[in-house]
Ligand binder design. Structure first.
Ligand SMILES: C[S@@+](CC[C@H](N)C(=O)[O-])C[C@H]1O[C@@H](n2cnc3c(N)ncnc32)[C@H](O)[C@@H]1O
Length: 267
C-alpha cells in the first residue's frame, strides 16, 4: 500500500539526519574550494567553466554542492525538502561569503520557478525518495533552458532490490516492479539511509523517462565502488556484485513530448 505522505515522511527523516551530521550532511571542506568545479565535475561534463550560469542544485541540501558550484561562479539555487539540510547551505555560504538561494520544496513540484530558469541542473542521489520519477523529469524539463545540461545520480534498481546485509552472497529480495516503497532500513548503510521511504525506479523510467521528457543522454557512468579484496558483507564487496549508482549526463533538447503511457504490469 502507498503511504499517504512519503515526502513528509522523508522530510522528517532527512531533518533528523542533518541534525546527526549524516555523511550527506557534511559541508564542503577547504580543499573542495581550491578548484571547485573540478572537485564536483571530475569528468568535465560541464565544459570547464560555469561562470554566470544559472545552476539548480536539486535535492542537494547539506552544505556541499551549492557552495561549491557558487564558488565556481554559478548563480546557484539549492532546492531541498529538508529545512535543516538547507540550513547547512546557508551556514556554509555565510562563512565563505558566497551567495546562494535556498528553496524548501519537493523536487516533484518545481512550479515555484519560471520556465527555462536554469542552464544547469545538478541532482545528487535523491529520485529514490519520490514515487513518480517521470513527474520529476517533466518538472526539470520545464525549468531548463534549451541546450541546458542535467547531471543526475541515482541508485541502480538492482541495488535497491538486493538486501543491504550480506555475506559472501547477496539476496535479491524485492521484486523489480514493486510500486510501493521499500520498508525503511532499520540501520544506515552505504546503500540505504535509515528511516527513509525509498522507491525502486526501473531502467525504463530512469532512462526512457528522461528521454521522453525532452532530454538527450550524452554520457552515463557507473561510479566504481567495487573492491574484490574487501571483506564479505562490506560496501566494497557488495559493490563488486552489484553496482550501487549510475550517473547520467543529459541535455535538454526538444520541448517535452507528451508522456506515452509507460507500460506497468499490475503489482
Ligand atoms: C543523498 S542526499 C544528497 C545531498 C547531499 N548534499 C550530497 O552530498 O549528495 C539526498 C537529499 O535529497 C533530499 N530529498 C529527499 N526527498 C526529497 C524531495 N522529495 N524533494 C527534494 N529533496 C528531497 C534530502 O533532504 C537530502 O538532502
Amino acid at each position: 500500500m502507498q503511504p499517504s505522505d512519503p515526502v513528509g515522511h522523508n522530510r522528517s527523516a532527512w531533518n533528523q539526519m542533518a541534525r546527526q551530521r549524516n555523511r550527506f550532511a557534511r559541508p564542503a571542506r577547504d580543499e573542495d574550494f581550491v578548484d571547485p568545479l573540478r572537485s564536483v565535475d571530475g569528468p568535465g561534463w560541464l565544459g570547464g567553466d560555469i561562470k554566470g550560469k544559472r545552476v539548480l542544485c536539486l535535492a542537494a541540501g547539506g552544505g556541499r554542492q551549492g557552495p561549491i558550484y557558487a564558488a565556481a561562479g554559478g548563480i546557484v539555487t539549492v532546492l531541498d525538502i529538508s529545512g535543516e539540510m538547507l540550513e547547512l547551505d546557508r551556514q556554509v555560504a555565510h562563512q565563505r561569503n558566497l551567495e546562494i538561494r535556498v528553496v524548501e520544496q519537493s523536487m516533484d513540484d518545481l512550479t515555484c520557478f519560471d520556465a527555462e530558469s536554469f542552464e544547469i541542473v545538478i541532482q545528487p542521489v535523491s529520485t529514490c525518495y519520490v514515487p513518480d520519477i517521470l513527474n520529476v523529469y517533466r518538472q526539470i524539463a520545464r525549468v531548463m533552458a534549451p541546450g541546458g545540461v542535467y547531471i543526475s545520480q541515482h541508485k541502480q534498481p538492482v541495488s535497491l532490490q538486493v538486501d543491504s546485509q550480506g555475506g559472501s552472497a547477496y539476496r535479491l529480495d524485492a521484486h523489480y516492479y514493486r510500486r510501493e516503497p521499500l520498508p525503511p532500513a532499520q540501520t544506515a548503510s552505504l546503500v540505504r539511509e535509515a528511516g527513509t521511504l525509498e522507491y525502486i525506479h526501473r531502467w525504463q523510467e530512469l532512462i526512457g523517462g528522461m528521454c521522453s521528457a525532452g532530454f538527450a543522454i550524452e554520457d552515463l557512468t557507473e561510479p566504481l565502488h567495487a573492491d574484490p579484496a574487501a571483506e564479505p558483507g562490506s560496501f566494497g564487496h557488495r559493490s563488486h556484485f552489484v553496482a550501487p549508482y549510475v550517473r547520467i549526463k543529459a541535455r535538454r533538447t526538444s520541448q517535452a513530448v507528451d508522456f506515452p503511457a509507460i507500460w506497468t504490469p499490475e503489482t
